[in-house]
Design a binder for this molecule. Structure first.
Ligand SMILES: NC(=O)C1=CN([C@@H]2O[C@H](COP(=O)(O)OP(=O)(O)OC[C@H]3O[C@@H](n4cnc5c(N)ncnc54)[C@H](O)[C@@H]3O)[C@@H](O)[C@H]2O)C=CC1
Ligand SMILES: [Mg+2]
Length: 294
């Protein structure tokens, strides 16, 4: 952690870490992956010299490498960076790297947990840099530090840091059943816990109460924080997960159909059965993928 922090503060050390580090490539924010076992994918960690040669063979002079952004540090203490090669031909880069560019909406669910997290973080940082080239206050260009952990306005001292949008997601229970909803944009049959963006100035509890009231017209109690994660959709969300209850006497739903297509109470048996069906479906997909690769 201290090493990463030092790289954010020290441009020269960050350049040297880049030359000895691992680089993950993106093309217009789409991550490069490689197929590993049948049906599974992994992210591609390239060395500095490997990226240099990919860039040269794809017709670039290699200066793009300095645009790399620090995203983390491996267990072997090797710095990890990401780089968007959007100006190059994606097919040529993918062929050079024996990989394929896969949209993050898909990639996020194909990768193992830690890799999915790293790739999502990388995409969020790349996007933030792409849309913050100019200061919103002065309209002048902003310049990044070597790690890409901040941008500074070229005509004032304003410093910009990467931003996330806090989101609450809450599993509401009436003591026997849990409440799930679906938006019309969800895949057929998919239901999820209720979620929503926090408003400016709200506490976690206020955001949970408001979202549940807005979406299904219930008043929740006993809000308990459970865990959090970075969530890359629509982009750079910071998702805070909670549990909450309603009394069974006040569990009648009044669904806002502008926000949700449907919301329902589900029993434990229904959830267990749905999870079993999901598990069987995933196993069948894995099997089909093995078969098509033979
Ligand atoms: N059940 C669900 O709705 C689930 C949602 N999520 C995630 O939860 C988050 C919230 O999703 P929704 O339920 O659709 O939110 P939501 O219930 O707050 O409604 C979305 C609306 O909020 C407004 N909004 C306010 N701040 C916004 C911001 N920073 N970015 C985008 N829109 C903003 C927009 O008008 C947008 O149409 C997203 O990150 C989504 O990917 C994840 C799993 C399930
Ligand atoms: Mg919502």
């Amino acid at each position: 952690m201290r090493y990463l922090n030092m790289l954010k503060e020290n441009d020269a050390a960050c350049v040297s870490a880049l030359q000895n580090g691992h680089i993950f490539l993106f093309h217009h924010l789409i991550p490069l992956l490689q197929r590993s076992d049948p049906g599974t994918f992994r992210s591609v960690a390239l060395s500095y010299s490997e990226v240099q040669s990919v860039l040269h063979r794809s017709g670039s002079d290699g200066s793009l490498l300095k645009e790399s952004i620090l995203i983390g540090c491996s267990e072997q203490n090797q710095a990890q960076f990401c780089l968007d090669v959007g100006e190059l031909d994606p097919a040529a880069v993918a062929k050079e790297c024996k990989g394929t560019f896969i949209d993050l909406r898909k990639a996020f669910f194909l990768l193992a947990g830690a890799e999915a997290h790293l790739v999502a973080k990388a995409q969020a940082l790349l996007r933030w840099h792409q849309i913050n080239r100019f200061s919103g206050a002065t309209g002048q260009l902003t310049h990044r530090n070597q790690a890409g952990s901040q941008r500074v306005c070229s005509s004032s001292s304003i410093v910009y840091y990467p931003k996330m949008s806090p989101v609450v997601i809450v599993l509401v229970s009436d003591g026997k059943r849990c409440l799930l909803g679906r938006q019309s944009s969800f895949p057929i049959g998919l239901y999820s816990a209720l979620a929503g963006f926090c408003d400016m100035g709200e506490t976690l509890e206020e955001a949970v109460s408001r979202e549940v009231a807005e979406e299904v017209g219930l008043e929740v109690q006993n809000i308990i924080y459970s865990s959090s994660q970075h969530w890359p959709f629509p982009h750079s969300s910071f998702m805070l997960a909670c549990h909450a209850t309603v009394s069974s006497a006040h569990s009648q739903l009044n669904v806002d159909h502008l926000e949700l297509e449907d919301a329902r109470w589900f029993t434990e048996e229904e959830i267990t059965c749905a999870l079993q069906v999901y598990q069987q479906h995933s196993e069948r997909q894995m099997e089909a993928s093995r078969y098509t690769q033979r």
